[in-house]
Every structure is written in C-alpha cells, then in structure tokens.
Design a protein around this ligand. Structure first.
Ligand SMILES: *Cc1c(COP(=O)(O)O)cnc(C)c1O
Length: 236
C-alpha cells in the first residue's frame, strides 16, 4: 500500500509541476514519518523515500538510532524548544520550523561551539492564526537582516502551514503570499542568505503548493495512511 501511495504521490507531483511549467525534479518529497513505527519507516526507505520528516526530537532520535542517516536525510518540522537545540546537530540535515529570532540565535550559538552551521528555513505565520507558530510576515523583511548575521545558521528558504481546510484551493492564497514574501526578501540581496527553498504543501494540498512554487512538499498520511495514534485526523 505504501508503495502504491508513493507512486501516486510522485505522479501527482509530476503532473502538478507540468501544469505549472516547472521541472518535477525541482520539487522534493519529504515523507513525514511522525507517529509511524521504525518498521514502517524502514519500508518507506526501502521503497526509495530519501527525505524523512519528524516533528519531535525524542521520537526522531529513536528512529534515527535504528535507521541511521546514511541512506536518507532527516528534516525537523515541529516546534523546537530551545533546550532541545543541543540534540539537533547529530540528527537533522534541515530544520523547517525556525519560528523566531531567539530560536535562530540559540541554534547559532550551539553551532559556533561545535564549529558547524545548521541549514534552516524560517517558518512564517502567513495566516496570523494565534494557534500557529511563525514569524510575522510584515516584520520579516526587516528582521531578516538580523537572521542573516548569524553565522551558525544557513538560511535556505521559508516554510508555512495554512489553516486546515478540506478544500485545497483555499490554501492557494497563503502559498502565493509566502512566495511573494520570499521574492521580496530575495530582492534585498542579502549576501549571506539564499531563499531558494519553499517548504509548503501537505497531503491534502501539495499540488496547489507546487503550482505556487513549492520546492519541498511535506506528505504524511498521503504516503502512510492515517497516523496510528490519532485515527486519521490531520494535525495542523
Ligand atoms: C504532520 C505534518 C505534515 C504532514 O501532514 P499530512 O497531512 O499527514 O500530510 C506536514 N507538515 C507538518 C509541519 C506536520 O506537522
């Protein structure tokens, strides 16, 4: 079943890319493995999933211990607490969910002590919902100069989560706005940053996200079916 889902998702990604006049290889599929067992994830890797996304540090740590980092990249997509920052360097290749300057500074500081640099995306709260994390889109063009000063993080793009809506078309304005915000920030020509990546799109709306410029779609239930512990509800 996972195999068929994967083929279908890949096909739909390619079709959406085509509709938008984009090259399908410019869109990467992040398989969201949160709440899935290591056995299920191993099956996904065997089928060719090479990018895996987790939203809890401890859960990721357990799976990465079992599955390793050789065959696949692990991305972090959840709320990152500052006291967990020390763990991320051994686990993840990209953090999608840096939602404040304070968090970026904490990552930068730890990176400096390790002599390393962590690739990150800035999570933007386009919808302005109180329940959602993220940087205020109106403040980003100013604040991005502060992010750019941090040598311990490599800013690679932006990420957003729109309000959940059964109708994927309703996600489109949020994704279009993230792309426009990216363009605005790119046009500032800040030397240290490169905003090529747009992490947007989940199981129910990734095709719309691709039409609006997504480079990283984060698909969980569309690949693995309903998550075991929450009976198929899509978490925001
Ligand atoms: C769970 C999650 C996803 C995947 O959601 P699906 O609807 O299962 O595809 C994507 N992004 C984030 C940030 C998530 O937490």
């Amino acid at each position: 079943m996972i195999s068929e889902n994967l083929q279908q998702v890949k096909r739909r990604i390619a079709e959406a890319a085509k509709r938008a006049g984009r090259n399908p290889s410019d869109i990467r599929l992040l398989a969201v493995t949160k709440e899935q067992s290591a056995v299920t994830v191993a099956e996904g890797v065997r089928l060719g999933m090479t990018l895996l996304g987790e939203n809890k540090v401890q859960e990721a740590q357990d799976k990465i211990e079992t599955l390793g980092r050789d065959e696949c990249e692990w991305h972090f997509i959840g709320r990152l607490q500052k006291n967990k920052v020390k763990f991320i360097f051994d686990l993840f290749d990209l953090i999608h969910s840096v939602d404040s300057l304070a968090l970026a500074e904490a990552i930068h500081k730890k990176a400096q002590t390790l002599g390393s640099c962590m690739p990150i995306l800035l999570q933007v709260n386009i919808s302005g919902e109180k329940s959602k994390l993220g940087i205020d889109p109106l403040k980003l063009p100013k604040e991005i100069h502060e992010f750019a000063k941090l040598e311990g993080v490599k800013i690679s793009g932006l990420m957003t989560i729109p309000p959940f809506d059964r109708n994927p078309e309703n996600s489109r304005p949020y994704y279009a706005r993230l792309r426009q915000l990216r363009n605005t920030c790119s046009n500032l020509n800040i030397r240290q940053i490169n905003l090529d990546e747009l992490s947007m799109g989940m199981s129910n709306d990734y095709e719309i996200a691709i039409e609006e410029g997504s480079t990283l779609v984060r698909v969980g239930t569309g690949l693995f079916g309903p998550r075991p512990s929450i009976g198929g509800q899509t978490a925001g």
